[in-house]
Design a protein. Structure first.
Length: 580
């Protein structure tokens, strides 16, 4: 673990101005480094808040592309770290999905909480306004501390050498350079409960949302002595919309509880109940399933969609860029074709009537993309698809788009990725480009709907109500939005928890595809890690199955990822996960 010294803490406060645009529309004046001692931080609210804002760095967004280490995609760059991981190089020294570094943000947040507890820093000369600032900023710190611990837990929880299901160390104090960093991992459940405690502390301090009207103000604010709504608006106006809020924290509790409840961990009805209840509480504030954003399927394709009601929590919309499109567009429109969906993923899309894509349901392997779920066309560039003003042929006669035409650029599976890309980005032949704006999305409402569906089904089956919402309600709304033919007779045929479980997992695979979920879902569900990545190639006459484009080579114990070996060597109290 990197030890965060006071010297480094002071030094890196200057960095935070880079990130403030992501968090809210506020900026801080640069401060000369030689003025940044601890007494100055206590006396200057901007500097103190700068310490907090480090907690907003390192948030996990949708652009990780960890799917290339699953059965959903391959990366065609030979030395890509996730590819190397999937091919068998994963170990305690080499783990591209490690998140132990998130503890650095935890120490920033602990230092900020110490600053607030001194009572020296004043965000306003008005007592009430200052109290409300302290409440909100402390709430943000608790919430972010819990979230960064969650990131570490998701990546490093597992069965230890002792055979016990272990979590992580939990840090609630700033540790001085000469302090004791050699602390053991908590049990898995104790780690979950510690994160929940931070989330609950945040819920007692944060506004449910920013920009609330006078009649909506949470009681922990409205019941303050001499409460003044005008002063409340200074502290919790919608100016701060991109900061973490109580609503977001409740959604994070649902995500954490579902993770904890999963088969590879606690397999717990209590945590499923917690996941479903927290999800329903948030979703019912937007009308339940009726609140599902009709444009949520393509939340990334325009500024309007990015700002739509699909994003529960996101960063600010950035300037015009084209980096992802340059990496992923097909070669014929000047992209590098880096991320290739697999035929495994393509076959997860049902037929247009919602029935699985099998011969019995009308699937034709020689006309494989006809009469399919409309989401397939939106998310994957298949052979013969129109994209970027061109027809993209990945089979014989496809030129540079043809499978394996250009090493490490043309597709290796017969498919190119379309999801997450702005179709209006132009990559010109002369190397110039016309970019478009993008935004980091940290939590989508669609994920929260799927959390509720999975948890409610595990508790009581397809028609079990939590907050008036059932798994069947959620899946019906998602598939109707997707354009599945109605009535959805396949969904109507689902009657058991097991059948609904498989459908929910498949809907989650499609709806949250290429947003960094499947890598973790496979592990928490205890599904096979070594499904070979398959492709599909048109040879000019027929489509040919490519059964093993890339063989996965994970160790059987790789459901649980390792603690970094450097940490194990430094700290004797840390217990490594079994097998590593």
């Amino acid at each position: 673990m990197k030890i965060i010294t006071m010297k480094n803490l002071i030094k890196y406060i200057l960095i935070v101005s880079v990130f403030t645009g992501m968090i809210a529309c506020e900026t801080f004046e640069p401060i000369e480094e030689n003025r940044l001692d601890f007494d100055f931080i206590l006396s200057d609210p901007n500097a103190a808040e700068g310490v907090l804002l480090n907690g907003y760095t390192g948030l996990v967004n949708q652009y990780s592309f960890t799917e290339v280490a699953t059965d959903d995609a391959v990366n065609n760059i030979l030395d890509n770290n996730l590819k190397r991981m999937a091919l068998g190089e994963l170990n305690a020294q080499f783990n591209p999905t490690a998140r132990w570094g998130s503890f650095e943000r935890v120490f920033w947040l602990n230092r900020f909480l110490e600053v607030v507890e001194t009572g020296v820093t004043q965000w306003s000369r008005d007592t009430l306004t200052n109290t409300m600032f302290e409440m909100r900023l402390k709430g943000e710190a608790f919430a972010l501390r819990g979230l960064h611990h969650y990131y570490v837990l998701q990546a490093h929880a597992g069965i230890g050498q002792s055979g016990e299901l272990l979590g992580i160390p939990y840090y609630t104090e700033f540790i001085e350079p000469d302090g004791n960093f050699n602390v053991p991992r908590l049990s898995f459940e104790a780690s979950v409960e510690a994160i929940m405690a931070d989330f609950d502390a945040a819920l007692n301090l944060l506004p449910t949302d920013y920009g609330l009207s006078a009649g909506q103000v949470d009681p922990w604010y409205s019941e303050l002595e001499n409460f003044d709504f005008a002063k409340y608006g200074i502290v919790n106006d919608n100016f701060f919309d991109l900061r973490i809020s109580g609503k977001i924290v409740r959604a994070l509790k649902a995500r954490l509880a579902l993770f904890a409840a999963s088969p590879s961990f606690l397999d717990s009805q209590n945590y499923y109940d917690m996941a479903a209840t927290n999800a329903a509480q948030v979703l019912n504030t937007i009308g339940g399933v009726a609140g599902l954003d009709p444009n949520g399927i393509e939340f990334y394709t325009s500024d309007d969609n990015i700002q739509s009601d699909e994003s529960l929590w996101r960063g600010s919309i950035g300037g015009n860029t084209f980096n992802f499109e340059r990496r992923i567009f097909p070669p014929s429109i000047n992209g590098n074709g880096e991320i290739n969906p697999t035929d495994n993923f393509v076959m997860s899309f049902p037929m247009a009537d919602g029935f699985p894509a099998t011969a019995a349901n009308g699937f034709d392997p020689q006309n494989p993309y006809a009469n399919r779920d409309p989401r397939l066309e939106k998310y994957v560039i298949v052979n013969g698809a129109n994209f970027g003003g061109s027809t993209i042929n990945t089979g014989l006669g496809g030129g540079i788009d043809r499978l394996d035409s250009i090493p490490q650029q043309s597709t290796t599976t017969g498919y190119y990725l379309k999801k997450l890309l702005r179709p209006d980005v132009l990559l010109n032949d002369n190397g110039t480009a016309q970019g478009q704006s993008h935004a980091n999305v940290y939590f989508r409402y669609t994920e929260l709907y799927l959390i509720l569906a999975e948890a409610a089904n595990e508790i009581g089956g397809p028609d079990n109500q939590v907050g008036g919402i059932t798994a069947r309600d959620v899946i019906a709304a998602l598939r109707n939005r997707a354009g599945i033919s109605q009535p959805d007779n396949y969904l109507a045929s689902i009657s058991t928890r097991e059948e609904m479980r498989e459908l929910i997992r498949n809907e989650r695979r499609i709806e949250l595809s290429f947003e960094g979920h499947r890598f973790w879902d496979i592990r928490r569900w205890g599904l096979p890690l070594n499904e070979p990545a398959r492709g599909y190639f048109f040879d000019g006459n027929n489509y040919i199955d490519l059964p093993s484009v890339e063989v996965r080579n994970f160790q059987p114990f790789a459901t649980y990822l390792p603690i970094p070996n450097s940490e194990i060597l430094k700290f004797s109290e840390l217990e490594q996960n079994m097998g590593w």
